[in-house]
Design a protein around this ligand. Structure first.
Ligand SMILES: C[S@@+](CC[C@H](N)C(=O)[O-])C[C@H]1O[C@@H](n2cnc3c(N)ncnc32)[C@H](O)[C@@H]1O
Length: 258
């Protein structure tokens, strides 16, 4: 598909900042639902100021890191396991933002940062891979300053289901989708630690349509129209699936040393 057509198909009124970035760049770095749209959605509820130090945990191809650095003047540690920092450094250099985005190779349970180093932590399409353990937030939240924000967006459910797969989605369901949770589930998951105050726990508005549109365009561009995830989103029609967004603030008094 030519780049102009791609731009046209992926122009999203809801995300005007993202619309300034090349759709080809976004599609070529795709690993899941569009991380640039999700980063913009997080920034709506996480005020970011120039010079802030941000952890982008599970950044994949670092598109969200590059976007946040360019749009808000923040400095980002683009941290990932599957995508090597050499690849991300190339992308960061191409985007001419190497002063502000630092690619890091790290596993989520062995982060090479000092406690309280970051002003805010973001994670897009990734936190559910390592953060569903009850105790993980206690480890992760230590890296943000007391009073700093922690934000995540990832595939999720509108509400928790008694049994999985959700009715009607059996033909498409993969076992690891069991880590997809509702905003209410994430709220409880974080609040029960007493370490943070949850400020936002919602499903991004019309996120299933955005997710479906993104998949359809990527599938079409890749020469494999109508792949399984798009079929699943179609079949669901927004009943169970969407993108869960959660933002919390680390309590100032939280003791993390135990
Ligand atoms: C579906 S990709 C999403 C990447 C990117 N944020 C995006 O939205 O396009 C999930 C990312 O989570 C990262 N990830 C999964 N488990 C991880 C772990 N245990 N430690 C660090 N990163 C992890 C992977 O490296 C991968 O890049």
């Amino acid at each position: 598909m030519d780049d102009d057509k791609l731009d046209l198909l992926l122009r999203n009124e809801r995300y005007p900042r993202s619309a300034r970035y090349s759709a080809r760049w976004m599609v070529d770095g795709a690993m899941g639902p569009n991380p640039v749209w999700q980063a913009e959605a997080l920034a709506e509820v996480m005020p970011l100021e120039a010079g802030m130090r941000i952890l982008d945990m599970g950044c994949g191809t670092a598109m969200s890191s590059i976007f946040l650095a360019k749009e808000f003047g923040v400095e980002v540690w683009a941290t990932d396991l599957w995508v090597k920092p050499d690849d991300n450094l190339r992308r960061v250099t191409e985007a001419e933002i190497e002063e502000q985005v630092h690619p890091i190779y790290a596993e989520a349970h062995a982060l090479p940062f000092a406690d309280g180093f970051f002003d805010a932590l973001v994670s897009i399409g990734a936190y559910h891979y390592f953060g569903t353990d009850d105790l993980y937030l206690g480890y992760y939240s230590r890296f943000v300053k007391p009073g700093g924000q922690i934000g995540i967006v990832q595939p999720g459910l509108t509400e928790e289901c008694e049994t999985l797969p959700p009715p009607g989605l059996e033909p498409y369901w993969k076992w690891d989708f069991c880590a997809w949770h509702s905003p209410a589930w994430w709220r409880r998951h974080w609040e029960k630690t007493g370490l943070v105050t949850v400020e936002v726990a919602d499903q991004l508005p019309e996120s299933w349509q955005d997710w479906l549109r993104w998949n359809e365009v990527c599938d079409h561009d890749g020469g494999t129209p109508g792949r399984e995830e798009a079929q699943m989103l179609h079949a669901d029609g927004g009943r169970m699936l969407g993108l869960s967004r959660v933002v919390a603030r680390r309590e100032s008094h939280a003791r993390l040393d135990e």
